[in-house]
Design a protein. Structure first.
Lengths: 244, 147
């Protein structure tokens, strides 16, 4: 058990792990994304009230779900890097930040595009939308904070603390539509009881959520591999790995 | 665990717990400002300021929408099923505006208790279903009502 966890702290092992997983994950993600979007955009029925404009849900909700989960991954990596001082955890934290920021941006932009025909406004400062914008700033803040320090050890520590403090925002985003009056509707997918979304629309949505998780994992591994390459450019194990 | 790491772990967790508690208390204290709109009950209780821009949200009462024949002006009643407030609006309503649907109106609360809106937004609910299912539900409800 401990051996497996320790392996994830070893850069050569993780590099090899990524190399082995990516050839499988890449086609799987592509297939899941193509099948999910075709199912959601072409075959799922139209909505009784919104017509076809609801179909943006197949991009918006998966992007939002993964941007929240991605933050926990970033913050957990930050905690590990802060407490155990493992270089790889620090790299993983920084690898997650731009990907999470991109997913958050996608959720915000698709939400605005949906909001105009549905609500009648591109942007409303309601609790859900605003807390989601704060999430975007937290991701961007981690990237900017790291670049702001010359001493990268201190930079990594500051980023880890910022990402840990920011975790309080995640339950706020998730529960904002229940705690306060907001324009954003409450969750349609419910973990307990029956969902407020019809099964014929729910299954392609769940498919797209799985596809977006796979996409996050894939981008994370590619990003991590890239930062390992630049970080250990002078190391024997990497030179040996690339040249043979 | 190494005592130094243990100390760092405890410190990190204390930072998380304390900052969460701080932000939690601040948001709790400001929850009146975080709410996007006042409910008709809050307006009826006098919690909403008069002659200042506010938002009022609720359901559009069935059969309450009156449209002027020569202008865009519309009057409708908004309810939270406890109190009702009248809103008048001179502008284009969003496509999803309908009787029995959620709505958020921005405007000024007059002394007579009606809101003169400058913007009306449709509040969509969390229900998604194909038109056939909606129709079937409607039929089932209609037959259930008739004994």
């Amino acid at each position: 058990m401990w051996r497996i966890i320790h392996q994830f702290g070893s850069p050569p092992w993780v590099y090899r792990f990524c190399d082995r997983v990516i050839p499988w994950l890449l086609p799987l993600t592509a297939v899941a994304l193509i099948v999910g979007s075709a199912w959601g955009l072409l075959f799922a029925p139209t909505d009784y009230k919104q017509g076809d404009s609801y179909r943006i849900i197949y991009i918006h909700v998966p992007a939002a779900v993964v941007s929240l989960a991605g933050y926990y991954i970033m913050a957990f990596a930050g905690l590990v890097s802060l407490v155990w001082r493992i270089k790889l955890a620090d790299l993983a934290m920084r690898a997650a930040a731009p990907i999470g920021a991109a997913f958050t941006a996608v959720a915000l932009i698709t939400g605005a595009i949906w909001g105009k025909p549905t609500w009648g406004a591109w942007w409303v400062w309601d609790a859900r939308v605003t807390s989601m914008l704060i999430l975007f700033f937290l991701y961007v803040g981690v990237i900017a904070l790291f670049e702001a320090y010359d001493n990268k050890t201190i930079a990594a520590r500051a980023c880890a603390i910022l990402s840990l403090v920011g975790t309080v925002n995640i339950p706020i985003i998730y529960k904002s539509v229940d705690w306060w009056y907001s324009l954003h509707q409450p969750a349609s997918i419910k973990f307990t009881g029956s969902s407020a979304i019809d099964a014929s629309m729910l299954y392609p949505l769940l498919g797209m959520i799985v596809a977006f998780y796979a996409l996050f994992a894939l981008l994370m591994m590619l990003n991590l591999k890239q930062s390992l390459t630049s970080e250990y450019a002078q190391s024997n194990w990497l030179i040996k790995r690339i040249t043979t | 665990m190494h005592p130094k790491r243990k100390q760092r772990l405890i410190l990190a967790l204390v930072v998380v717990v304390l900052s969460s508690a701080t932000i939690g208390l601040i948001t709790y204290a400001l929850s009146g400002n975080i709410n996007l709109f006042y409910s008709p009950s809050e307006v009826a209780a006098g919690e909403a300021p008069v002659d200042r821009q506010i938002r009022v949200g609720g359901m559009v009462v069935e059969g309450s929408v009156e449209r002027a024949s020569d202008r865009l002006e519309t009057r409708f009643a908004v309810t939270d099923y406890a109190h009702v407030i009248t809103v008048s609006y001179d502008g284009i309503l969003p496509d999803l505006f309908a009787e029995g649907e959620g709505v958020v109106a921005t405007g000024f609360l007059g002394r007579d208790g009606t809101v003169t809106a400058t913007e009306v937004l449709a509040k969509h609910d969390e229900n998604y279903m194909p038109p056939e299912v909606a129709e079937a539900l409607e039929n089932a409800r209609a037959t259930a009502v008739q004994p």
